[in-house]
Design a protein around this ligand. Structure first.
Ligand code: F6R
Length: 249
């Protein structure tokens, strides 16, 4: 295995979600003022449901937590049902006691994207950096909307989506047709993500197996953005058996 990435293989997506939720609730129990990083997409949905369930069962309060999301579609405002702000409100924030004003999602309608992105970076620094950030992975190895070729030191910025990402997000789970998918997004950079003290990347299903194998066992290369996590000091991939099926034994 290349690099430091720790790999945990679970029997199925439900176990992935339970493990991820366990890490988040533990983090907040140990440090109630934690700064958490969240992702959107299908993969973390079960984990968010589990976080809400576990936080309630174990009486762990998120009232002092601050959160940052990875990315937002450019051109969608937070009320749009495909915006990532809307997703987070529906999937997680309304089910836990996190304070809405402590949740940060990039503004897809910002008038000046460069100012929005710089302010986001500054805000992460001003609260002391992210303690634990959960990531997904694209079929092409992207993390956040850092598509192949994104530099290891990239920061929050306006990016273009690749055709592969547009196709993946218009398969009916989110958008119905490719024409509806915004072509650009505001995305934290690989450098922004690598600054988090702890990272956990979730992947489930056979479609992710190639990207996971390249990220864990392949070269450290911007061609596979998730491989740029190989030298992170505390990065764990939590996978189901299908996503792990092409890893070297
Ligand atoms: C979403 C994000 C993306 C997704 C990735 C996988 O905030 O940053 O990188 O994590 O596209 O998406 P799903 O989980 O839908 O396969």
């Amino acid at each position: 295995m290349a690099g430091n990435i720790k790999v945990v293989v679970c029997k199925d997506a439900d176990e992935v979600a339970r493990k991820c939720a366990g890490m988040f609730v533990e983090q907040v129990r140990n440090k109630p003022t934690s700064v958490l990083g969240f992702a959107t997409g299908s993969t973390p949905e079960k984990s968010y449901a589990q976080i809400a369930k576990l936080a309630k069962a174990e009486k762990v309060s998120f009232a002092k937590v601050t959160s940052f999301n990875l990315d937002e579609y450019w051109g969608l405002d937070g009320d749009h049902d495909q915006s990532y702000r809307y997703f987070m409100n529906e999937q997680l924030f309304k089910h836990i006691d996190i304070r809405p004003w402590n949740t940060n999602v990039l503004n897809g309608k910002a008038r000046f994207p460069e100012i929005e992105c710089r302010a986001y970076e500054e805000k992460i620094v001003s609260v002391g950096g992210v303690d634990l950030w959960v990531l997904g992975i694209g079929n092409n190895g992207h993390i956040a909307f850092n598509e192949p070729g994104s530099p290891v030191d990239s920061r929050t910025r306006l990016v273009s989506l690749t055709q592969s990402t547009i196709d993946a997000n218009s398969d009916g789970r989110f958008f119905k047709v490719a024409a509806e998918v915004p072509r650009c997004a505001l995305s934290t950079g690989i450098g922004t993500i690598r600054d988090a003290r702890k990272l956990v990347l979730l992947a489930t299903g056979a479609k992710k197996a190639d990207a996971i194998a390249k990220a864990v066992d392949g070269a450290f290369t911007p061609d596979v953005p998730a491989s740029l996590l190989q030298d992170h000091p505390d990065c764990t991939f939590i996978l189901d058996q299908e996503a792990a099926s092409k890893l070297k034994k």
